[in-house]
Design a protein around this ligand. Structure first.
Ligand SMILES: Cc1ncc(COP(=O)(O)O)c(C=O)c1O
Length: 351
C-alpha cells in the first residue's frame, strides 16, 4: 500500500516548521537561538520536540522500535492528526462503529470530514461486512476501538487482521483500555501492515490522565507524517518528566490493573443482585456498561449522593445504560450500599 498516495496533497507537499531544537540538538554553552529567557530555571528552555528519552523508555517497555512510536498530547492528538493528514475537508470521510468513543466524531467534525457511523449489533459486536459496505472511494480512515468504549468488549484480532490486509486506507485500533483485557495488543503488527495505527495512552491503567500523553504505534512512514504535522513542542517538559517517572513503576501499574480487573468481576456479580439492574454487558475494560430500569433517575440520585457515573442513555443500543468506572474496593463497596438504599432491598446484606 502506498501511504504517500493516501496523504492529502498539501500535507505531502508541506515543508514542516523547523524548530530551534530540531536544527541543533547537541550540547552547547550558550543558547541564543530560540528567543528563550536566558536565566536558567526549570522551564526556561523549549522541550525536546521528539521526546527521545521518553520514547526510548516506551520502546523498552512496549517492545516497539523507537521509529514506530509517536507521542501526542493525549491519544486525542493523534486521532486529530490522522484525520488531518489523510482526509480532505468536505471531500473525504472516516468510519467508526456506533456507539464508540466520542472524539472520533468530534475530531472529524472539527476537520469538516464526514464520519460514517456503522451500527454495532445490540450486543455491541462489529460486523466487518457492514464497514466494507459503508466505505467508498473517499473513505480514508477507519477507527476501531478495542476494548470498545462504552461497551467494554474487544474486537477479535483475527477479524481486524483480515480487514486491515484488504482495506486501502488507514485502520486505527484504539487500545486505550488494553491493559485490562485478556486479548493481546496488536502493536507487534505495525511493521507487518503499513496502514495500521495502534493507539495507547498513559491516561487509563498508567494512572496519568492529567499528564496528557498518548502513544501511536505505526509504520515509520506514518510516524514521520505525524511528526511532520504536529505542533513542534506538543509535549511539555513537565509532561515528559512526569511520564518518565510514571514509566518507572510498571509493576505497580500491573498490580493496580489486576485489582481493577478483579473488582470489575466482583462488581458485575454484585450488580446482578439488584432487581433494577437489567443487563450487565461483558467488559474487558476498567468500566461496566449496565442497563437499569431508569438510567436518568438513578443517575440523578447517585449524583445527589456524591457518586458520579456516566449516563449513556440516548446512545445507540444504550437505552437506560450507565457506564460505571471500576473504583477502589472501598469506593465500589459504597456504590453497592447506595444502590441497595436506592432499590430498597433491605434484606441485602453487604458481604
Ligand atoms: C477509547 C478511548 N480512546 C482515547 C481516549 C482518550 O485518551 P487520552 O486521555 O489519551 O486523550 C479515551 C478516553 O476516555 C477513550 O475512551
Amino acid at each position: 500500500m502506498d501511504i504517500q498516495q493516501l496523504l492529502r496533497e498539501n500535507i505531502r507537499r508541506l515543508k514542516p516548521y523547523s524548530s530551534a531544537r530540531d536544527e541543533f540538538s547537541g550540547q552547547a554553552d550558550i543558547y541564543i537561538d530560540a528567543n528563550e529567557n536566558p536565566y536558567n530555571a526549570a522551564y526556561n528552555r523549549y522541550p525536546d520536540p521528539l521526546q527521545k528519552v521518553v520514547k526510548k523508555k516506551i520502546s523498552q517497555i512496549k517492545g516497539v522500535p523507537f521509529n514506530n512510536i509517536f507521542l501526542g498530547n493525549g491519544s486525542d492528538e493523534p486521532i486529530d492528526l490522522i484525520i488531518r493528514a489523510f482526509c480532505n475537508p468536505g471531500i473525504d470521510n472516516v468510519i467508526a462503529p456506533n456507539p464508540s468513543y466520542g472524539m472520533y466524531k468530534v475530531s472529524a467534525d472539527i476537520n469538516d470530514v464526514q464520519l460514517i457511523q456503522v451500527p454495532l449489533t445490540p450486543e455491541f459486536h462489529l460486523n466487518f461486512d457492514d464497514i466494507r459496505a459503508a466505505a467508498d472511494a473517499h473513505t480514508k480512515v477507519i477507527f476501531l476501538c478495542s476494548p470498545n468504549n462504552p461497551s467494554g468488549n474487544c474486537i477479535p484480532i483475527e477479524d481486524i487482521k483480515n480487514f486491515v490486509s484488504t482495506f486501502q486506507g488507514i485502520v486505527v485500533v484504539d487500545e486505550a483500555y488494553i491493559d485490562f483485557c485478556d486479548q493481546p495488543s496488536m502493536k507487534e503488527y505495525v511493521n507487518i501492515y503499513p496502514n495500521l495505527v495502534i493507539l495507547q495512552t498513559l491516561s487509563k491503567a498508567w494512572g496519568a490522565a492529567s499528564v496528557r500523553m498518548g502513544m501511536a504505534f505505526a509504520s515509520a512512514e506514518i510516524i514521520q507524517i505525524l511528526n511532520k504535522i504536529k505542533p513542534p513542542y506538543n509535549i511539555s517538559k513537565p509532561a515528559q518528566e512526569a511520564a518518565l517517572e510514571i514509566l518507572e513503576h510498571e509493576d505497580q501499574v500491573r498490580q493496580q490493573a489486576a485489582t481493577v480487573i478483579s473488582e470489575r468481576k466482583r462488581m458485575a456479580l454484585e450488580l446482578t443482585r439488584y432487581k433494577g439492574v437489567k443487563e450487565i454487558f461483558p467488559s474487558e475494560a476498567n468500566f461496566l456498561l449496565v442497563r437499569v430500569d431508569d438510567a436518568n433517575k438513578l443517575y440523578h440520585w447517585l449524583t445527589s449522593q456524591g457518586i458520579i457515573v456516566r449516563n449513556r442513555h440516548g446512545q445507540l443500543h444504550c437505552d437506560n445504560c450507565l457506564r460505571l468506572t471500576v473504583g477502589t474496593p472501598t469506593e465500589n463497596d459504597i456504590l453497592f450500599i447506595k444502590l441497595n438504599e436506592y432499590y430498597h432491598e433491605k434484606d441485602f446484606v453487604f458481604g
